[in-house]
Design a protein around this ligand. Structure first.
Ligand code: ADP
Ligand code: MG
Length: 267
């Protein structure tokens, strides 16, 4: 069976829209009939609770997988969407950042665990919700990934973190994962009415040519409400602008991966 496409959703700045993007993009790709696994790499566990696994609901999770205490059969959980599974973050994941330091080949722990997931179940996409840091959990995510999607706000301070993230991606590429690429950049909580937002989009577009998604995620209250109901936005209010934006983003991500539609040959 073909190996899954593993995508890290990463940005070391907090509050940029990583978790919202990881959860709703995973749900939207699953709604498009692709088998998806969401892995919560953030000790805060917001992605887990956004699909019904608030702290304590699942006994084992990402920590146990990373530490070799449990296999996929114990940590993979189902969600309300038949095509979407999750490995929730458990309480102790915060400790992993420290404990991994002592582990041999500490950067490739998740990459090695991916093989066991691959044997356990066939996924087309695996999305990793990264914590807001460039520590070992994020490094493990980047080493195990084919590509990175960077969610960001169109704000001045959001630009500052991009350089550091880019350097980390470059370092991971050189040391562990030469194939790693930036898959795309998505603007979240986007308000087109401000000049600054347009300037930031322009600047990022100039640095990351062709990588900024046309789909922008607007500020939408449903996106901030749905996590407390343990649902991705498309199960909470599919008509909402937020749910629709993520469905559109999934179409764009899938279309980019599958390449341009076949055109009639030029004469
Ligand atoms: P990160 O994972 O990067 O820290 P989150 O996805 O958790 O960021 O988003 C930060 C906060 O902003 C959360 O409370 C989330 O519900 C809210 N949020 C994210 N995207 C949107 C949006 N498009 N509209 C409204 N609220 C949003
Ligand atoms: Mg988050």
């Amino acid at each position: 069976m073909p190996a899954p496409t593993v995508i890290a959703i990463s940005n070391q700045k907090g509050g940029e829209g990583k978790t919202t993007t990881a959860v709703n993009l995973a749900a939207s790709i699953a709604a498009a009939e692709h088998r998806v696994l969401l892995i919560d790499m953030d000790p805060q566990g917001n992605a887990s609770s956004s699909v019904g696994y608030t702290k304590g609901v699942a006994e084992q999770g990402t920590y146990d997988l990373l530490m070799g205490l449990a296999g996929p059969a114990e940590v993979v959980q189902t969600t309300e969407l038949p095509m979407l599974d999750v490995i929730p973050s458990s309480m102790d994941l915060a400790g992993a950042e420290v404990e991994l330091v002592e582990v041999e080949q500490r950067e490739t722990v998740l990459q090695r665990a991916m093989a066991s997931i691959h044997e356990y179940r066939e996924y087309e996409y695996i999305l990793l919700d990264c914590p807001p840091s460039l520590g070992l959990l994020t490094i493990n995510a980047l080493v195990a990934s084919n590509s990175v999607i960077i969610p960001m706000q169109a704000k001045y301070f959001s630009l500052e973190g991009l350089g550091a993230l880019n350097n980390t991606i470059e370092a991971v590429r050189e040391a562990f994962n030469p194939e790693l690429v930036v898959e795309g950049i998505v603007f979240c909580m986007f308000d087109n009415r401000t000049n600054l937002a347009r300037q930031v989009v322009e600047e990022v577009g100039a640095h990351f040519e062709g990588l900024v998604y046309e789909t922008r995620i607007p500020v939408n209250i449903r996106l901030s409400e749905s996590p407390s109901h343990g649902k991705p936005a498309l199960l909470y209010d599919i008509e909402s602008k937020g749910a629709q934006a993520y469905l559109q983003l999934a179409r764009e991500v899938l279309a980019r991966r599958e390449g341009p539609a076949q055109e009639a040959p030029a004469q």
